[in-house]
Ligand binder design. Structure first.
Ligand code: HEM
Ligand code: HEM
Length: 273
């Protein structure tokens, strides 16, 4: 009788620990499958994001080459056309890719991601400078010359570019070189993220204003008659808006955030996170 009770209690203990192991395994599986679901939903959106982004660049290129005479260095109007094309490639498409970089390549080493995040932003600065030059040069070479910085678009453009440059210098000095103490980095990070996303939203607003004024300047009264260029330009505006909304959604959704990995804290303790 005593032996059988002992055996029973042994069986219970074994089955309880088996159950716990099973439960643990199940909950780990659940966590794993939930995180797989999140990655799946992120990557499905990422494919849509790439399609819309590339379509946007293609649409701006199509508008410039089919309706606006293409790009070149010969006359004022043709020089100007570099401006929307380079701004769209650099300040809209590459910027979006750079702010999503940590989320897209979540399994990569943090130091590599940080270097790439900084390098992409550096490339964007070069494209912005070229695009800005195209606009200023086209105003200068126009006969008679067009005054600079008189529109709301150009004012917002200057603010957006200055904000981007400050964010770049601030991000570089805080997180890359020379780098600041860990507790200050942690305190700064929410502001870095907020101003990064705000800056991107401003880029979309500035591009929409620029596009709108270019259509009005070029088409004048014809805009009211629903010409092909006007309709196509409006379609590009919608693409800017959809692209902007999608990027802000993907970069602010907490579930898509890259989680720290053990080697990240090693980098932190070595002061090189
Ligand atoms: C976020 C991206 C953009 C930024 C930061 C930006 C910035 C600027 C700046 C600073 C100027 C003033 C240049 C000068 O006064 O000589 C300018 C001019 C201009 N931009 Fe943009 N631009 C952007 C995108 C676009 C886009 C997508 C278009 C669409 C066509 C566009 C159309 C124009 C036009 C028509 C001008 C000349 C008239 C004016 O000064 O407002 N821009 N832009
Ligand atoms: C104009 C320049 C920059 C902008 C607009 C910008 C914007 C952003 C944004 C929006 C995020 C949030 C990403 C997310 O939540 O997944 C972010 C994260 C971050 N950025 Fe920047 N950034 C810029 C430059 C830099 C530079 C130069 C560095 C230096 C390496 C840097 C380092 C970081 C780090 C360490 C993170 C944290 C990533 C994480 O822990 O998930 N950023 N940045």
């Amino acid at each position: 009788m005593v032996t059988s009770e002992l055996e029973n209690s042994k069986i219970e203990t074994v089955s309880t620990s088996n159950n716990m192991a099973l439960n643990n395994g199940l909950s780990q599986n659940n966590v794993q499958s939930q995180s797989d679901d999140k990655h799946f939903s992120y990557f499905s959106l990422y494919i849509v994001f790439q399609i819309i982004g590339l379509l946007l660049i293609f649409a701006v290129g199509f508008w410039i080459f089919v309706f606006r005479g293409g790009v070149g260095f010969s006359e004022s109007k043709i020089i100007f056309n570099w401006h929307p094309l380079l701004m769209t490639i650099g300040f809209v498409y590459l910027f979006a890719n750079s702010i999503l970089h940590y989320r897209t390549f979540r399994h990569k080493n943090k130091r590599d991601l940080k270097n790439q995040h900084a390098i992409i932003h550096g490339c964007i600065i070069i494209l912005i400078l070229l695009a800005g030059w195209a606009s200023f040069a086209s105003h200068l070479y126009n006969n008679p010359p067009i005054p600079n910085l008189y529109t709301l678009h150009s004012w917002l453009g200057v603010v957006t570019i200055l904000m981007f440059l400050s964010q770049f210098i601030g991000g570089f000095m805080s997180f890359l070189y020379p780098g600041i103490a860990v507790q200050y980095r942690e305190a700064i990070m929410p502001y870095h993220v907020f101003f990064g996303v705000f800056n991107f939203a401003l880029v979309i607003a500035t591009s929409l204003l620029g596009l709108c004024e270019k259509l009005i300047f070029s088409l004048k009264d014809e805009y009211r008659t629903f010409p092909n260029e006007g309709l196509f330009g409006n379609f590009i505006g919608l693409l800017f808006m959809v692209f902007g909304g999608l990027v802000v959604f993907m970069v602010t959704k907490p579930e898509y955030k890259r989680h720290s990995k053990p080697e990240d804290s090693m980098l932190l303790s070595q002061g090189s996170e």
